[in-house]
Design a protein around this ligand. Structure first.
Ligand SMILES: NC(=O)C1=CN([C@@H]2O[C@H](COP(=O)(O)OP(=O)(O)OC[C@H]3O[C@@H](n4cnc5c(N)ncnc54)[C@H](OP(=O)(O)O)[C@@H]3O)[C@@H](O)[C@H]2O)[C@@H](O)CC1
Ligand SMILES: [K+]
Length: 499
């Protein structure tokens, strides 16, 4: 599947450019309806009746085309129309007329009278043109559809879902399968949209790749095609010093585990060397646990500064288990002034909840690449002004404001850079919602930065690897299980046969 995601507005432009270049709109609609009809034939049992709900715009038009094609296949099809068909416009009107009758006005009974297990519904009420919350009959029918629990194939988007941001406008259809066109939209990946779509299929309706490219999309599905070219497996003649030296700054004696998890993940992600920097009081506990990861005692911020005089230490993580307060703020200040790639996570971010302007001043002046990895709570403390936005817009706004790459973690993690580029991740296992997995993610980002990846690519690749490691580790995983799983993920990316 292509990685570019198009907003509904970009998709409308791609449609318009294709039509202007000589392909009639009704031809695009025919192809869309054909794709829907194919999906329905796959999803519906041989004896199933098909009931199609058609709306007042072109989404309904796709439904009329699918109805005509399915009837031609001899399938029993009932069509219900929302609104007055005499008001249909352009392509939808043509598709309605070509259907040649056999329709009824949409009613709640159309949905509620379906015998259980015998009907497949097609939701062609609203797609890209939905622009306000649903109400009245449309909303009641959608709620009845969800209550009935019958299988639904959604056309383009489950009706009620905002394709731009994955949020519901009033109510939304819960589909088993969604057929969209040309490219996926952000709403197919962002929650709750992803769950509402069921499985998502992309049908080619003849919009050229060059047309999509001319729109210069800025939003992507997070997949290897986005960052794989930035990462290189070890060269045959290379040595560990070619792959960077990551530093993880540890918390105090009582909270050292997070740093160890992160450091091990940085090593697993391929950093050549990894050192945990800790207060002398925590040295013994780290030394007792760590093997390939090195440990170095440093005394306070000045000790850390002295350590960083060694230019080979090229990427630093601070935050996991660090503790909140003035001490953490001064470490952040020192790191952002150190011309190193820096990852700030957890307590490093929370420490600025009451000093947001201070944080913005520091982050904007950072002298090296900077990645922030907040979960929702940390994000809201640091960027309360963006808390009401959808996750895609919120991550982009924060990245722009602080001049850093922002990884807004969740089931649909968003990675955004200050220029507006964004990736939405969809490979996370729900089992990743457990203690310590955020430390592992921050460590992977740091390990990739140490290898010289640019900040956005490092962050996006890390989120994907973390998701894959979750899948490999499987149900019941704890964060330690991600470390051996990362070995298999890296091997897969390197294309090794021997996994
Ligand atoms: N050539 C193409 O472009 C192609 C497009 N394709 C298909 O077209 C779809 C986009 O079509 P679209 O732009 O007509 O929008 P659509 O989703 O049908 O809805 C618009 C209608 O809904 C109405 N309306 C909106 N919100 C409402 C609400 N809350 N409650 C009630 N009414 C509401 C709005 O009414 P109005 O705002 O004017 O009152 C308008 O009448 C796209 O998803 C894909 O399936 C494919 O065929 C490929 C080629
Ligand atoms: K729909």
């Amino acid at each position: 599947m292509s990685i570019e995601l198009l907003t509904p507005a970009e998709m409308a432009t791609a449609d318009a450019l294709t039509i202007a270049a000589g392909t009639a709109g009704i031809v695009l609609m025919e192809r869309a309806g054909q794709g829907v009809s194919n999906a329905v034939l796959r999803e519906a049992g041989a004896d199933a009746e098909i009931r199609i709900l058609c709306g007042p715009g072109n989404n309904g038009g796709d439904g009329f085309v699918a109805a005509r094609l399915l009837r031609r296949q001899g399938r029993p099809v009932r069509v219900a129309v929302l609104g007055d068909p005499s008001q249909l416009r352009s392509d939808a009107r043509s598709a309605f007329e070509a259907m040649g009758g056999g329709w009824e006005a949409l009613s709640l009974d159309f949905v509620r009278s379906a015998p259980a297990g015998r009907v497949l519904f097609v939701d062609a009420l609203f797609g890209a043109g939905l622009d306000r919350p649903l109400e009245g009959l449309a909303r009641a029918c959608i709620e009845a559809l969800n209550e009935a629990g019958a299988p639904v194939v959604a056309v383009d988007l489950p009706s009620g879902l905002n394709g731009a941001d994955g949020r519901m406008l009033g109510a939304a259809v819960r589909a088993r399968h969604t057929v969209t066109f040309c490219r996926r939209k952000p709403g197919h990946l962002l929650q709750p949209g992803r769950c509402l779509c069921g499985t998502t299929e992309v049908v080619d309706i003849g919009i050229a790749d060059a047309t999509v490219a001319s729109l210069e999309p800025t939003c992507f599905a997070n997949a290897p095609g986005l960052w794989r070219a930035s990462w290189h497996p070890p060269a045959p003649e290379g040595h560990k010093y070619d792959r960077g030296h990551a530093v993880v700054v540890s918390g105090p004696l009582a909270t050292t585990g997070a740093a160890r998890l992160a450091a091990s993940a940085a090593l697993r992600a391929g950093a050549g060397l990894v050192t945990v920097a800790c207060d002398p009081s925590a040295l013994i506990v780290h030394a007792a646990h760590l093997t390939a990861v090195m440990v170095r005692p440093v005394r306070g911020v000045d000790g850390l500064g002295e350590m960083l005089a060694d230019r080979r230490l090229n990427a630093v993580l601070f935050g996991p288990g660090a503790g909140v307060g003035e001490g953490a703020r001064s470490v952040v200040k020192r790191l952002l002034d150190a011309e190193r790639a820096v990852v700030l996570d957890a307590d490093a971010l929370t420490s600025f909840g009451d000093a947001r302007e201070h944080f913005l001043a520091l982050s904007r002046a950072a002298r090296g690449p900077l990645v922030l990895t907040p979960h929702d709570g940390e994000f809201q403390r640091l960027f309360p002004a963006f808390a009401g936005l959808d996750r895609l817009s919120a991550a982009r706004a924060a990245a722009r404001e602080c001049g850093a790459v922002v990884v807004l973690k969740g089931a649909d993690t968003v990675i955004a850079d200050p220029q507006g580029r964004a990736a939405i991740n969809d490979n996370a296992s729900p089992w990743l919602a457990t203690a310590g997995t955020g430390d592992v993610l921050a460590g992977i980002v740091t390990g990739l930065l140490a290898q010289g990846l640019p900040a956005f690519e490092a962050a996006a690749m890390a989120v994907w690897m973390h998701g894959e490691a979750g899948r490999v580790a499987g149900a019941g995983l704890i964060s330690e299980d991600l470390l051996p799983a990362l070995k298999l993920v890296v091997a897969g990316l390197a294309g090794e046969e021997d996994r």
